[in-house]
Design a binder for this molecule. Structure first.
Ligand code: NAD
Ligand code: IPM
Ligand code: MN
Length: 361
């Protein structure tokens, strides 16, 4: 197959981890005889510096025309002045909105080889396999923002249709898994959460009789996620709760650097990015964990290109490298390898794995 893939490296460790993921995609292309054309474009702080705009018109146009988009991370201290008129993060939010990517899939499947790095007791983590579906284009992130002399406000609004479509997506995904959805809200306080709960209940009841749904308040969910993570299958929640809960969930896996994500809408183009940020504290040192970015590339192969065999090949190669004790420094501070070495180990294992796959074909 022929696919146009836009790569948006962004800031901080973004370029380091996207380089690793792009190398993996090129390897998959070679081994499986696909033509992947990868084109880099500017976003975030890098785009502010070069073009004065965190999402230049040319970048957005390239994303709209692509088959899929792979992104690193945006942001950093040099663009974080509270008085700044334009911020790197605005570019990412505008991109998600422009492409209509309302469902952000964040799978959490701790790997046995990284359990030791997690701050949670290993016996609680064995067998954890959950999928957070985070609403991505609504809520407090996108409501009106005001600032005056004595205060500021951020409006949180959800329409019925916005809740329906993301809950529907979560239920469809649950159907392909263990058939259980946990909807997370703050319905004891927030009106948007009361709407969320009402709509989620109705959609699940009327359209998904084979899916069970339960509701959980976000504060106690933050606790249950650590004390009984195996209890969850699909977790669906609004934009900001999903952002916070998934950084917490990364600690079930052992590092922020491990978790991938796919942002999908009803349109053609999907956006794939690790859940972590630009990690200014380690940027430029070649030690970032590229797993989240590489596994995001696997999600790209699966969800945007329909290449399930190739996606599985990348996922198995990452697992095999971890199993063989190849760990980056976030997971093994004393003896950890760098970003490039980890990617090379994955690439080597894709070769071997693909060879087997070719024989099967
Ligand atoms: P962060 O995710 O960048 O870093 C949090 C911690 O995790 C840091 O100690 C970092 O070193 C570590 N970490 C993150 N990714 C890692 C990796 N791949 N390998 C090893 N360690 C890793 O969060 P932050 O420090 O709160 O935010 C920094 C900047 O990133 C901010 O400007 C923020 O807005 C931005 N950000 C961007 C995205 C995105 O582009 N999708 C996501 C989150 C944060
Ligand atoms: C993420 C990030 C972004 C978000 C920021 C950088 C806008 O934290 O992708 O998780 O909050 O969505
Ligand atoms: Mn986040």
């Amino acid at each position: 197959m022929h696919a146009e893939i836009v790569v948006l490296p962004g800031d901080g460790i973004g370029p380091e981890v996207t380089a690793a993921a792009a190398a993996v995609l090129r390897t998959v292309g070679q081994r499986y005889r696909h033509r992947f054309d990868l084109h880099e474009h500017a976003i975030g702080g890098a785009a502010i510096d070069a073009h004065g705009d965190p999402l230049p018109e040319k970048t957005l146009a390239a994303c709209r025309n692509a088959d899929a988009v792979l992104l690193g991370a945006v942001g950093g201290p040099q663009w974080s002045d509270p008085q700044a008129k334009v911020r790197p993060e605005q570019g990412l939010l505008a991109l998600r909105k422009a492409l209509g990517l309302y469902a952000n899939l964040r799978p959490v499947r701790p790997h046995p080889a990284t359990l030791g790095a997690a701050p949670i007791k290993p016996h609680l983590l064995a067998g954890v396999d959950l999928l957070v579906v985070r609403e991505l284009t609504g809520g407090i992130y996108f409501g009106d923002k005001t600032r005056d002399a004595d205060g500021a406000s951020d409006v949180c609004r959800y329409s019925v249709a916005e809740v329906e479509r993301v809950v529907r997506r979560a239920c469809v995904l649950a159907r392909q898994r263990r058939g259980h959805v946990t909807s997370v809200d703050k319905a004891n306080v927030l009106e948007t959460s009361r709407l969320w709960r009402e709509v989620a209940t109705r959609v699940a009841r009327d359209e998904f009789s084979d899916v069970t749904i339960e509701h959980q308040l976000v504060d106690s969910m933050a606790m249950h996620l650590l004390s009984k993570p195996r209890a969850f299958d699909v977790v669906v929640t609004e934009n900001m709760f999903g952002d916070i809960l998934t950084d917490e969930a990364s600690m079930l896996a052992g590092s922020m650097g491990l978790l991938p994500s796919a942002s999908l809408g009803d349109g053609r183009v999907g956006l794939y990015e690790p859940i972590h940020g630009s990690a200014p504290d380690i940027a430029g040192r070649g030690i970032a964990n590229p797993c989240g970015a590489i596994l995001s590339a696997a999600m790209l192969l699966r969800h945007s290109l329909g290449l399930e065999l190739e996606a599985g090949c990348v996922e198995r190669a990452v697992s095999a490298a971890l199993e063989d004790g190849i760990l980056t420094r976030d997971l093994a501070p004393e003896r950890g390898v760098g970003t490039v070495r980890f990617a090379a180990e994955v690439i080597e294992r894709i070769g071997a794995d693909c060879h087997v796959a070719e024989l099967r074909d």
